[in-house]
Write a protein that binds this ligand. Structure first.
Ligand code: PSV
Ligand code: MN
Length: 424
């Protein structure tokens, strides 16, 4: 479904009076308003192809209605999100779920929808029908070199698809680990992973990045071979300058100080990208900012601090992606909420008076430091986001438009009630 521009214009006309009042009130209080709006307009968050269908839990999956069943339909869904919010201009593909059969056609469709291709993701956590060796006991860390080689070749193939489409990064997340003490030798597993990744790295195009994602547990529950940011950073450092750590917010042990991790990875120039989601207990993959919005703000506070220190462009310097999917909400509405929450945190962090914060830190003035951070966090920046969207030709209130225009019903009419997306 391609959204008629007139629907957005009509929606914006209806809301303009109300929006202007709120925006003007806020605008008076903000210094550097245009620069902030400009940053908000440029900031894009990639949408993972696997979040467009309803996700499952290990107990089952309750598929939604009118889910995108083909790669074309997935692109159309992301194109729809981007038309609505002006902030979702990229899609991240997972191979083999999203193999492009007709590359030229897929590229043309992406261009028509103003989308680019974000990092491509390999999948060595599931066995595929024609596959020779099983990943039951892992992939890149496997004790059997033939399994490792198969997983290396898969990653090379994923990069080839990415090159054809214009991606610039490969994300590797390994399910490799163990569930029982004694099951594997930690050192051997790490070294096998390293040599497998070295092989993949050799094939990485010159202008590409390799993102090494870590995860503390799941699907294995005793050890994960790339279990935390230390192990990921070790690998990234050993691999070379094109390898970086990728932080997925749901992949830490409870109460980990993720903002501190982010700060130090940036200090080392080794933070590559992000997978946004939120969680209460584990890798819950809930909507970004739905449970811990203050943590999200604190993370952005460190990100901006680190990026500005190194002169990194906020919009293009790091890989920004959502990695959330669950089985309750309409996935498109959920993604609109995630993007909004991420950009709220970003906008609030842009409001932090960094000079005053540094001064307070140097004077051990904890009270002022807290006031500065919480003052920014408690600012309702939603009119700024709405204004940035309006200036991009997108909707002042994308969620409201989606619901009022019954866009899901439209998709169900097009695709059928029982169309199901690929993914977990
Ligand atoms: C694993 O939990 C993960 O976060 C990795 O990024 C995967 O590629 C993604 O989810 C989808 O399975
Ligand atoms: Mn992830």
């Amino acid at each position: 479904m391609i959204l008629d521009k007139q629907i957005i214009e009509r929606h914006n006309n209806d809301l303009m009076g109300q929006h202007n009042k709120k925006f003007q009130l806020l605008a008076e209080e903000i210094s550097g308003l245009n620069e902030i709006l400009n940053k908000l307009q440029r900031f894009q968050i990639a949408i993972p192809s696997w979040a467009l269908g309803t996700g499952g839990t290990r107990f089952g999956r309750f598929s939604g209605r009118g889910e995108p069943a083909t790669l074309e339909q997935k692109l159309e869904d992301v194109g729809l999100l981007h038309a609505l919010n002006g902030s979702s201009g990229a899609i991240s593909l997972h191979i083999p779920w999203d193999i492009p059969r007709d590359v030229q056609h897929i590229k043309q469709l992406a261009t028509d929808l103003s989308l680019s291709f974000d990092a491509v993701n390999s999948n060595t956590f599931q066995d595929q029908p024609q596959q020779k060796y099983s990943y039951k006991y892992g992939s890149l860390h496997h004790v059997d070199p033939r399994v490792r080689q198969q997983a290396v070749e898969h990653n090379i193939e994923v990069m080839q698809y990415g090159v054809e489409l214009g991606s610039k990064a490969l994300t590797i997340w390994l399910a490799d680990g163990s569930s029982f003490p004694g099951q594997l030798n930690f050192r051997d597993s790490f070294l096998n992973t390293l040599s497998s990744m070295e092989e993949i790295y050799k094939h990485l195009p010159a202008d590409w990045k390799l993102f090494v994602e870590y995860k503390a547990f799941e699907p294995f529950f005793y050890s994960t071979t790339i279990g935390d940011w230390g192990q990921s950073l070790l690998l990234a450092n050993k691999l070379g300058p094109k390898a970086y750590t990728l932080v997925d917010l749901g992949h830490h042990l409870p109460n980990a100080n993720i903002e501190q991790i982010v700060s130090l990875l940036m200090m080392e120039g080794k933070l590559g990208g992000f997978h946004f989601n939120d969680s209460k207990y584990a890798d819950d993959d809930l909507t970004a900012g739905c449970i811990k919005p203050y943590q999200l703000f604190l993370i952005f506070n460190e990100l901006i601090d680190g990026m500005d220190l190194r002169g990194i462009d906020h919009a293009t310097g790091l890989g920004w992606m959502i990695d959330a999917s669950h089985n309750m909400k309409d996935p498109l509405l959920d993604l609109l909420q995630s993007v909004e929450a991420i950009k709220i945190a970003y906008a609030q962090a842009l409001l932090v008076d960094r000079v005053a914060l540094r001064k307070a830190q140097h004077e051990n003035d904890i009270i002022t430091a807290q006031e500065i951070l919480q003052g920014a966090f408690r600012t309702d920046v939603r009119p700024l986001l709405a204004e940035a969207r309006y200036r991009e030709g997108a909707a002042i209130n994308p969620l409201q438009l989606f619901q009022k225009e019954s866009l899901r019903e439209e998709l169900v009419r097009e695709r059928g009630e029982h169309s199901v997306g690929t993914g977990l």
